[in-house]
Structures are given as C-alpha cells and as structure tokens.
Design a protein around this ligand. Structure first.
Ligand code: ATP
Ligand code: MG
Length: 425
C-alpha cells in the first residue's frame, strides 16, 4: 500500500521555508501594531450563509470554489471552510457589538483560507492570507492608510517591481448606471465572449472586465470606463484618495477595468501586482465595502481593507533569497556517558542565558559530530569528552576562525557577556 499523500492543492511548509513565513508575520505584526491595528482570530469554518451573503452568490468564490459540507448535526446544516477573511471579521464585528465601542475599529488577521481552485504556482486550495479591515470610517484617509500599510509591509520585506493599480467602483447607483452601459457595449460581442463571460453578461457583467481569457480582454479594452459614471460625491472621494497617495509618495496607475463585482463594494478598489510572479501576479487585493456590514445585519458601517496572499509573497521573497535564518550560537558536541550528561546541563544553562544551542544527540564519533557542527551554521562549537568531563572543563572553538580555548564549566556563564558581543557581531 502506498503512503498517504497531502491532498492536491495543499502543501507542507517545511522548516527550510518557515523562516520566510516568520519574517513576513514579524514585519506585518510590527507595522500593523505601530498603526494601532489589533489582531482578531475568527473560526476557520462558518455557516455557509455568511459567505453566500457576504461574498455574493454570483462570484466564482461562492459559485464554484467553496468547500461546503454538512456536518453531523441533525437537522443537517451547511458549513463552509472560509474562502477569505473579511466575511468572518465582519460577522464577529456585528456579533460582538464591536461597533458599540465607538470610533474606528482597526483589525488585522492571518490564517489559512480554502478555495477549490485549479492548483498551480501561486494558486492553492489551502492558502494563507494576512489582511486588514478598518471598520467605521468613510474618510478617504482610511483608504490611503490601508494602501500605505500594504506598501510598507511589502517594501520592508525588500520587494521590488511592484505596481499598485487603483480604481473606483463608485456607489451602488453609479454602478447600476455603469452596469447598463457595459451590457449595452458588450451585447453585440456576446458570441465572441468566452462562455463564462457570456454567462456573466446578465448576472455580473462587471466581472467580465477582469476575465483572464485573451479575446474577452481584447473586447473589454474598449468598454466604457466606470470612472465616467461616478457621481460628484464618488468622484470627490476618489480624487481625495489619489491626492493623499500622491502626498504619501505612493505611485499608482489608474485601471478602470479593476472591479470588484459585488453590490456592497464601493469606491476604492486596488491591487498590488508583481512583475516577478508570472500568471498569478496579484499579491494584494483590497478596497472599500461600505455596504457589507449592513448587508450582514449590522448597523450601516463604512469599511475598507485588503488581503495579501502569503504564498505569492513568499515566492517573491525566495527569489530575493533574503532568508534570515536565525543563526545558531553554539553547537554542543559530546561523547562518553559523563560528558553527555554534563553537556545537556550546559546546554540548558546557556539557553537560560538567552543563547541558542543545538545539542548533538547522536553519540557518534567526534569527527562526525564536528562535521554536523560545521553544517549547522553555529558561530561556535563546544566540546565535551571524557577528559573534559573528568576536569569539569569544556573546549570552545570559534568556527569562523578555528580559534580554540579550554575553560572551566563553572566559568561558562560569566564568559557569556563577553561572548554576546562576539556572537551578535
Ligand atoms: P485571483 O484573481 O488571483 O484568483 P482573487 O481576486 O480571487 O485573486 P482575493 O480574493 O482578492 O483574490 O484575495 C487576495 C489575495 O489572496 C490575492 O491577491 C492572492 O494573492 C491571494 N489568493 C487568492 N486566492 C488564492 C489561492 N487560491 N492561492 C493562493 N493565493 C491566493
Ligand atoms: Mg480567485
């Protein structure tokens, strides 16, 4: 019988790769904390109705991509593994009356999401996002702030060749007028559209604009622009966002075909793409959704947010090869019954003093242990054999220079302050 494999579209994140994930999480946490965003953790599965209402049944996510099943409850109830983070955060905001705290709620989250998609590089069935949601502000500064924070995170991680695309989808009335103009424009091309887009022509025509089918894209090139359908108020909001991004020195390109085809998405829509990602180019997507909280049964609450796709971000970081593997301070080699027992105690003492120590557990010949010490990337190797155990000493060898000394085990911790500079330098 063959060994069981991870399911298609899922993958293990192995220790060799985890440094990237930890760095992303560290940087995001720091930047978001500094901007007064607080972390929220919501369940990974929810009532299916939350996503049907919160994302919309006409979308690919709800229509085709959800992991939906009945659990063991009677009568049967439909449950879905979350395909994205916003709906759960908004449900929690409403259910826990976070709006009653007044003012603006700035929240962030991270965790796995699930979509039944065609797996390929940068596209999985279980993937991870980091996201933010600002609830309770209609101010254009909130739009600019979240965009600035996404940019900050990506830049701090060292990413280059990023492009920010920006659009406004206006308010629902603007979009209704635009929707009709779009249908009028596309209908004569109906037969030339791909089957998905033909289907969307009446159900969700805005989504046709971000079709990935080439012929459909060609047709969409000359479609009317939503920016010509914005009301004065919507235009004012969008102009303010653009002005603020300019003031912040954040470059963007206008893309009137960038849409989020749902009724409660409003005004600003944006994406950050990388030229280094191939087909799955979007690292971050977001926008304003002033209608969603009310749609899910809460008080009318304007909101704006984004989500970064972790896997795509990490593909980019791997290309940069800037992994910060936390360096090991000491590799501890020992052989012989007494030496091995003393080595464990020494390792614990050094760890207690804040050093990182890897203890070789193999009991193999010194030569083999030394080889592993070299490969471990440790700054120094500590050696305990029968002679050292007998005299309660330890050999210290700096691996970069080969410099070696012997010292009493009891002096080890006193020496550590002196070493700290050397280990950190
Ligand atoms: P795409 O058009 O690439 O399918 P999307 O519009 O469905 O993206 P969003 O729902 O806006 O994506 O999610 C935000 C980000 O999450 C995306 O920009 C991407 O980086 C990441 N993402 C979305 N779906 C996946 C997936 N199946 N695998 C890996 N990352 C994903
Ligand atoms: Mg998608």
């Amino acid at each position: 019988m063959g060994a069981i494999q991870a399911l298609r579209g899922t993958r293990d994140i192995l220790p060799e790769e985890i440094g990237y994930w930890q760095r992303v999480e560290f940087v995001a946490r720091k930047i978001l904390n500094n901007a007064a965003y607080r972390e929220i953790r919501t369940p990974i599965f929810e009532d299916t109705a939350l996503f049907e209402r919160g994302i919309g049944e006409a979308t690919d996510v709800v229509g085709k991509e959800m992991y939906t099943f009945n659990d063991k409850a009677t009568p049967p109830r439909s449950i879905t593994l979350r395909p994205e983070g916003t709906a759960g955060v908004v449900r929690a905001f409403i259910q826990n009356s976070l709006y009653a705290q007044g003012g603006v709620q700035r929240l962030w989250y991270t965790g796995p999401m699930f979509r039944y998609e065609n797996p390929q590089a940068g596209r999985q069935r279980q993937f991870h996002q980091i996201g933010v949601e600002v609830l309770g502000s209609a101010d254009s500064r909130a739009d600019a702030e979240v965009i600035a924070l996404a940019t900050d995170i990506l830049q701090t991680l060292g990413l280059k060749n990023l492009r920010l695309s920006l659009n406004s989808v206006g308010n629902p009335e603007d979009r209704q007028r635009y929707r009709q103009a779009l249908i009028d424009y596309l209908t004569p091309f109906k037969d030339a559209l791909d089957p998905d887009s033909q289907d969307r022509l009446t159900r969700n025509p805005l989504r046709i604009l971000d079709s990935k089918v080439e012929r459909t894209q060609q047709i969409a090139t000359d479609a009317p622009s939503i920016l010509d359908y914005l009301s004065d108020e919507s235009r004012r909001h969008f102009d303010q966002v653009r002005q603020l991004l300019g003031d912040l020195g954040i470059a963007y390109e206008l893309n009137p075909r960038l849409v989020r085809g749902l009724d409660y998405y409003t005004h600003t829509a944006f994406e950050i793409q990388s030229d280094d990602l191939g087909a799955q180019a979007t690292v971050c997507g977001g926008g304003r959704y002033d209608g969603l909280v009310a749609e899910l049964g809460g008080p009318q609450t304007p909101a704006v947010g984004w989500a970064i796709g972790m896997e795509r971000l990490i593909i980019l970081l791997q290309q940069l090869q800037t992994q910060a593997t936390p360096a090991l301070d000491f590799y501890l080699v020992s052989r012989g019954e007494h030496a091995e027992a003393q080595a464990l105690i020494l390792a614990q003492k050094l760890r207690g003093a804040g050093f990182s120590v890897e203890l070789d557990l193999s009991g193999s010949a010194f030569g083999k242990q030394f080889k592993r010490a070299d490969r471990s990337g440790a700054k120094a190797c500590l050696v305990l054999g029968d002679a050292e155990a007998e005299s309660q000493t330890v050999q210290l060898k700096w691996l970069a220079t080969g410099e070696q000394s012997s010292l009493p085990q009891s002096d080890l911790l006193e020496k550590t302050e002196e070493w700290r500079c050397r280990l950190e330098g």
